[in-house]
Each structure stands twice: as C-alpha cells, then as structure tokens.
Design a protein. Sequence first.
Lengths: 300, 431, 319
Amino acid sequence: MTTVAPRPETDAAPRRGTHADTAPHQRTSPLSRVGGYLGLLLVVVLVALPLYWILVTALKERPDIYTVPVTWLPDPFTSDNFQAVGTGVSFTDYLRNSIIITTVLTVVEVTLGVLSAFALSFLRFPGRTLVLLFVIASLMVPNQVTVISNYALVAQLGWRNTFTGIIVPLAGVAFGTFLMRNHFLSLPKEIIEAAEMDATGPVKMLWRVVLPMSWPTLIAFTLITIVNEWNQYLWPLLMADDSSTAPLPVGLAQLQDTAGLTNWGPVMAGTVITMLPILVIFLLLQRHMIKGLTAGAVKG
Amino acid sequence: MTELDRRRFLQLTGITLTAAGLAACAGTGSSEDAGEDGPVESLTMWSNHPGESKPVETELLDAFTAETGIAVKLVTAGATYEEVAQKFNAALSGGELPDLVVASDVTWFNFALNEAITPMNDLWSAADLDVDGYVESLVSDYEFDGKNYALPYARSTPLFYYNKQMWAAAGLPDRGPETWAEFAEWAPRLASANPGIPPLALPDGSNYLDWHFQGMIWTFGGAYSDEWTPTFTSPESLEAGQYLQDQFKQGHLAINNDPNSVFGAGQAASLLQSTGSLGGLSETAGFDFGTAFLPGPPPGCPTGGAGLAIPQRISDERKEKAMELLAFLTNTENTITFTQATGYMPVRKDAVDDPATQTFLEERPNARTALEQLDVTQSQDYARVFLPGGGARIGAALDRITIGGEDVQTVFGELEEESTTVFERDIEPKL
Amino acid sequence: MSAAPVTAPVPVPPSEGPTRVRRSANPPGNRRRDLLIAAAFLVPNLVLLAVFTYRPLLDNIRLSFTSWNISSPTASFIGFDNYVEWFTSDSSRQVLWNTVVFTGSAVIGTMVLGLVLALLLDQKLFGRNAVRSLVFAPFVLAGAAVGVAFQFVFDPTFGLVQDLLARMGIDAPQFYQDPDWALFMVTVTYIWKNLGYTFVIYLAALQARRVELDEAAEIDAASTWTKFRQVTWPQLRPATFFLLITVLLNSFQVFDVISVMTRGGPLGNGTTTMVYQIYQETFVNQRAGYGATVATIMFLALLVITLVQVRVMERGRES
C-alpha cells in the first residue's frame, strides 16, 4: 500500500471509514426513526407521483391518456408505445451515439476537472484567483448565446455532423473544476501538509492522497456530468444531421407532433427508455459514494 | 450608421479561422459540395416531419431517388418549426445549408426578407412546374412583392369540432354555428344542457389563440392589419375583441393551455383547432364528433401550416434539383399519399378531385369538411405572420382581454402602437 | 472582465504571506515545477473554455451594440440603443422581477429540500438506495417529459391538484392563466426536477465528513439539533457555498421548463425570465442584437452577484 513511509492519514482514515458501516445515526431513538420513515414516505409520494404519470402514460393506449376523471392504471396495459419507439426510430443508432458522446465527454470532463481543480487548490502560480474566476464566470454564459457563434466555427473546421464537432465544444469543464476545488480545500490540512512534507510529487499526491479522500464528491461530479451530457439537446440538434451522430434526445424529437396532437404515449416511452440507463448508473455509483471512501482510505 | 460585417466579427474573434474559409463559405453554402463541379448527386432536406410524417417523407424521397438517381438525405432539424428555423439560422451563419427546408407561416417571411431563401418563380419555369395546379390561396401565402418564396407542403387551417352528444342534448341541429352571433345564442343552451362543460374550448395566447382569432376578427369586418398598417383599433376589430371578451366573461368559451385534450376527454362541447388535430382526435375521442366550417359570416378561416423553401446561397444547379424534388413531393400522386398519411390539406386541386381522394373522403366525412372549407380560406394578415414576433404579440393581447379582463380598447391600442414600432424599426428599412 | 482581486485572502504572489497553499516549506525550485505542472493541468481546459465560451461571449458583447436580424449577413452598429431600450422598457422590469422571484425560490427550495433529503437518506433506513434513486430520477428527465408530466399535476381539467382541491370543495387556481400562479407552477416544477442536483452534492459532502467529530458528539450525548448545528453544518459549509453559487447560476438561466410549460406566458410575459427573453428576442422576434444585449446584461449581473458570493465564501473559509 505504501511507497511513502509515514502515512499520517492512516490514523484518521479507518475512523473516517467507519462512517458507512456503523453510522452514528443507528443509535438514534425509535422516535426519530419513525420520523425518518414518515419523511421518506412523504418524499416518495411527492417525487414519485409525476414520475408515475410518465411511466403509466407510456403504458396507456391513446384514448386512455386524457380522460376525466384521470385513470390511475392503464386499462388495458399496452407495450405498443415502446414498440413504436423501437420501430419508428433508429433507436439503437441513437443509443450508441448517446453512449459514445456521454462516455467520451464524461471521461474528458472528469479528468480535466480534477486536474484543473488540483492545480487551483494545491499548486502555487501567479494569477491563480483570476484563473478560478475565469472558470467560474464561464458558467454565466447561457448556451443560447454560444451556439450560433460556435456553429460557425465548428462548421469552418469541417466538424459538422461528426462526434468531434459535438464533443469538443462541450468538453470545457467549469462546474466540475469549481466543485472539486471546493472539495479539495475542505480536506484536512494535516494530511495534505504531511504529504507535502514527504515531498511527494504532485501527481503522486493527487493520486495517492487527494483522490482517495474525494470519492463521494468525484462520484457526484461524474453523475451530474453524465446526466448533463446524456440530455444535451440544442447543440447536438444543430450539429448532427442523421443517425450516424445524433444522440437520443435529438432522435426522439421526431416523435413529437407539434402541428397537430402529439401522441404522448411514445414520447413518454422514449423518455422512460432514455432515463433508465442513467438511473442504473446512479444505483451502481451511489453505493460507492460510501464504500469508495473506506476502500480508498485503506488502500491510499 | 456603420455597416459591420457579421462575418468580420467571427474572423476577428475566432482564433483559428482563415478569412478565405469564411469568404468561401458565404458564397457556396455547402462546403461538402463546394468542390463538386459535376452533376448534383445528392440533396438534403430539413424537416420536423409535421404530422408524424417521417415514414411517409422517407417513402416519397426513396421514390424520388428511384426515379432520378439523386439520393436525398432527410434530416430531423428539430421537433418544431421554431427549432428548424433555429438550425437554419445557425447554418446561415456559416455552415452547410440544406437544399430544401420546411418553413412555417410565421418563419418564411423573415428568411425571404433577408435573402436567405430564394424566389422561386424562375425555377418554376425551368422545372416546368404547373403552378396553376396548386390551390391558389395556399400558393399566394408565400408571395411577397410579386415573388414566391415557397410552395405549400404541410398545410392546415383551423376547424370547428363539436361533440355530437352534447349538441343533441342541447337540441341543436347537427351542424356548426353559421355565425358567431349564432354561437352566442347556442352557447347558453349548450351550457345548461351540459352543466359544468364550457360550450367552446380555445387555446390561450401562448398556444396560438391569435391564429384562431384571425378568422373571428375578419367575420366582424376587422383585421389585424391592412398590409403593413395595423388596424387593431378600427371599430370592427374592436367589436371582435369585445365579442371575444364578452363570450369569455359569460363562460361561453374556456381558454386553455391544451384545449385538444380537454375536448378529447369530453370536457368541452366544441373546439377550435387545426385540421392537423383531426387524426389525433379521431383516435383519442371516445365519442362521436362532427366538424364544421368556422363561424362567419362568411366563414372566417385563415390558412396555416408549413411550406417548403429553397435556400438562396446554394448553387444554381442545386436550386434546380431542389425545385425538381419539391415539384415531385407535391405532385398529384404524392400529395394524395402525404395527405392521407398526415391529415394535412391537399395542396393541389387535382389531388382533391382524384378518385383516390374521393374514396378516402367518403369514409371520413370530417376530413371532407376541412377540405371544402379550403375554398373560403384567406391568407393571414401581415401583422401576424410578417411582423417579427407578431403571433406572440397578438396572443399576449388576447390573453389580456380574456383571462386578464383588461379593457379591449386600451389593449388593442397598445397592440397597434407596438406593431407600428416593430414595423418602423425592423421591417421598413429593409423594404 | 474585471481584474479585481476577488479573493483577497488567497495569496496570489508566490513568495510571501501566510499561506493556505501549504508548500511554503518547499525549495524555490519547486515553484517552477508547480507552475509547469499547473500549466499542464490547466491549459487544455482553459483553452476549451476560451474558444467555446469566451469567444462567443465576446462576439455576443460586440453584437449587443448592433441591430442584427438573426437571418441577415450584416449587422448595423447602433451604439447603446439596445441598452437604453432594455433599461427603459416596462417589459424588462417584469422579466427581471420574474427572474429574481424564480431564482430566489429555486435556490431556497432546492437547497433546503436537498439538504433535508440528504440528511434523511444519509441515515440507515430501509429502502434507502431505492429512494435515493427516486430523488435523483427527475434530474435525469428531459424537459419535454417534465412539461407533460406536470400537466397532470396542475391542469385545471385533469390535474391532481385540481382533483385534491375539489375533494375539499376548493376551486383550483388557474395555474396556466394567472401569471403569479403560472410562475409558481414553473418554479415548483423546476424545484422538483433539480432537487437531485443539490441532493447529490449534499449527500457527497455528508459522506465525506469527518466521522470522528460526530462520534465525539455522540459521546457528549448532544441533542440531534445541537449536533447538526455544531458538528455537521460547519462541515457542510463549503458544499453550501458551492451550491449557492451554482444553483443561482443554473436557475437564473432556466429555459426548458418554461419553454415547454408556458412559453413565457400567460399575458405575454407572465413567466418570461431573462434567458427566455434572450431566446424570444433572438429567434422569435429576430432581434439578435437586442437578444445579445439582454445576454450581456445578464452576464454582468451574474458576475457581480458571484463576485460578492465568492468574497463572502472566502471570508467564511478564513474564519
């Protein structure tokens, strides 16, 4: 586990790691546990109801969608809407494109974000504050402002209707840099200082000391990045011309009939299908938001 | 005033751009094809597939390829006409232009005014297009200053839908009201026979109430504008506004964000909506409904929907081929195919008379109403479709006099002023 | 861009000052190494931001001084006319008000609820993982689906709210037609959709906190509230500051929920916020120059707000 001899954080680490398994809250009174469950129930109801409507609409036949009074259960259940999504749209192509775009962007953004944040937190160089401000201020430019100008540039580069053209302009990372820097600065000083005493190289320090203490935040960063890139609509719509590059949200846009009466069943089915992979990723990753901490601290 | 070149901005601020690349782009449009000197081998069409028309569009384009050997790429350029316009605007800033693009009643004019789409009249003669075969009112919708900038494609009009059961319950004849005055007489009977159900459902100002009111204002002798001069404050226009407000106050009409669904769920006795909703409502509604002309006198009904346009900044060869494709898509046979698949109006007269259409209509009397109403439709007023943001501006005013309960004269007076300002600022200098 | 040293307490000059950059003990040779590594780490990201965010922004600022039709190849210079128009127009006052009300409610709503949920789901409760996914799920949804789903919540004919109120004999408010209720409706929808964001950040911060402090508090048998206030909350402060800034920036730029649900209406501007106005002016009214002006004003306003926030944040970190 170690090449750097004294590891001050090993003192703290196991104790930090205990959190996940033996959370202090376990010892709370039965009363507050009941309160917890009641709160949980309320959350489930409030958050789940609109989600339930999306799901149930996807399973309804068309006349069943708008009725008074509303019907809580599809009668009959139908999977036609899902089939409509599968047959009317080059679904697998769009799915593949979404996966490519999201994967590349997430890897690039998380890497760039962590590196940038590390430089802004632990390395000393002139103008550091200005650089940070430069990064944060880019969050203030809405994409309605950037798209036309970027379109002209990307078209000149000959990147239209290519993955490069869709990905590169989206790859700069401001939110994640800010998030990770914020987290790095909150790390316990004594551990960072000890690592520096060892004259650990920056790369080694990042990899061996900083990151192992940052899994929960890093996972949050990753999740939010995945969600944002998975749902990109306006930019890919402008860039992509066909199913060779267009991601799911653009591909599914053709299900909406804006001139007449949109048949919401297939649209909702498309929404459900689009959402599912991300929820699975969330389920997988959110566990590591806890476990990762323990493992990281021990291995670190 | 200094004329600043828009592209110069891009050059100045761009980090890697070469002037040559930009200049080249300005003239040719499609950089992929810029190098092609030979015959046009492929075309690109941008569409939002109105009326869930992607399958039928694909089918027609394949047929074109089979006939001419020219491949056509169909691009989903957005879910709405607005998104298609946005993508087209982006392309105008220096990208690859399509050869054929869908443009709605409110988006084409700005493209024409800024020379982004080409006048077609010369192309027609080159392609031997039989313009007289198209429904005249639909062709003249795209005419400005003696030139035509598009041909009709996915065209619709408003239509009066009514719930036959509720009509019967109120003891009304099986037809729509012939005049808005008659509607005012019928409405109380409908309301008392169907308690809790509004006699007529209309969309709100964010959902194109301004389109439906266009017909209504005509029947009172008013108009949004006379060419470029707004006429919102003429006595007739004010009377129409007052009528709308009174009917709303009396509960004769309900203004709703989604009147289609309200009517389809049996929660309104009648509905003003696009003919494009006919297919959807037939599938959705669990009751018998009829369709009728919009109330008059005479039936006040504007045209709407979308046409197909050809960009200005593509090569002449491409324009000619694009025209060929456009003519193919709207020939008699294909018009019938497209109409039957989507429920849009046939844009050609001979398509209407064709036996295939007649058989189709026999089975669908509601579609026949929509088609017959075409004879009495008129092109919309400039203040709605040519003035930038006209629809939204009028819609907001109609919201204010109905759900906002504001004074009609005041609101229409402000509307007139705003429209004049917009015309003088954004349009007049370009004419 | 302002060159003001926003975070005064952070020592920018490499050579002096008591420092939170804990490398002061290192030999000077390391400083050059730091600079090189920092450059290697930062430059790719900064170049991307410069080319694809700041270049368009500069373009946008120039265009804000022009009259430019989005479809036209030329723009004419008109000086400050657009700015004068925005600052003197009645509709901008309403747009600004809508934006402030919306942003304020969204920031408070998502942060308070996100924190409460994170605290709740940080505990060991049965079904915790499923509920965590549930809370996160709306954040994953596309805007169009949210608009439709919430029609079934707020619609005066089909809506759940209408149904519940009717059972109690109360008439439902006209969510789509009364501007105040419409703004309420889009705000609630936005909060619902974006709760997952604050929730995940808070949850991560809770997971990363120092448990030994909690345990100390346990031993002291402090009350839950005291424990939260004295032990947990101070550790959540960085996440809170981060969220204050990013949620504000995000909600200030809300677009899709409004575009899907109300298109900025009713009564024209009922729910029009600044970014919706930018869209409306640029692409619907075809006044791209004026749209660019609104965007520039918005950028400057956000810059000032954020500078104040950052200053407060750095001060809080000092103490």
